[in-house]
Design a binder for this molecule. Sequence first.
Ligand SMILES: O=C1NC(=O)NC(C(=O)O)N1
Length: 312
Amino acid sequence: MNLTANIAGFNFDHILLNAAGVVCQTSDELDSVLASDYTGAVVTKSATPSLRPGNVSPRYHELTNGLGTINSMGLPNEGFDYYMDYVTQKQTDKPIFFSVAGLSKQENLDMLHKIEESEFNGLVELNLSCPNVPGKPQTAYDSETTEEILTEVFSFFTKPLGVKLPPYFDIVHFDNIANILNKFPLAFVNAINSIGNGLVIDEETDTVVIKPKGGFGGVGGPIVKATALANVRALRQRLNPSIKMVGTGGVTSGRDVYEHVLCGADLVEVGSQLAIEGTSVFERLEKELAAILTEKGYNSLDEVRGQLKIIE
Ligand SMILES: O=C1NC(=O)NC(C(=O)O)N1
């Protein structure tokens, strides 16, 4: 059975990997994702130029009803050089995604110049969608800024690069962002990041469950699946076929993976469920996915990808 994918000439023997931010801040965590027999790659925690402690705690919470998570981590990471060392020294035959999230256009350009001039030979994920840095917007909600950044990036950057997008909720917004992204030789687009600035209340104490930003944080998990699938589907329908799709959001079962592929995903990332279940989640998800393909008489994900049916 063919459960593989290809982006920018990189072969992925499995389509599952972590979502940036989950089990990927330290080299041990990154190693644990790579070590799984059921991951095709790993993505680093989004790097900022310098080490960052992130927001005050409590900053992460799993909803007691199992419907998802809320976080306001605030881009805690070991700093750009730590991840540059990891990705350039790591011996692995699995592709590595190097995620970067500068707090300004210049920070992003500086990090990307360093990657361009480095020995790194993986893929880069430019995170334009972190909702949790107080005072900072989710960049990809600003069309002009997004186009400006990508224009400057592609004036010098030649390695495979994709963008991590926030969820959009309006058909015209899907049209707008796709029109912008289609102007650039992107290797992939990753949809979605968490749904920004949700609010979860503790029913015992009538208090928010996370401290930063008065309790506002990015929402993930099952509760965001419908939005995640819509964004993967809408972008797949609009983006040039040369731009591959990474589907993220709401994956807790093989069926969820299957639905992301139906909507057009080439790779599928696991965030909240990986945080909750640990790296054994990848084996469970791939086996559940394989069982669905067998049940439906498919032998390859190529027969499924993008084949979502509509009601005529
Ligand atoms: O892009 C991000 N998305 C999130 O949901 N959280 C993290 C963070 O806060 O670091 N970053």
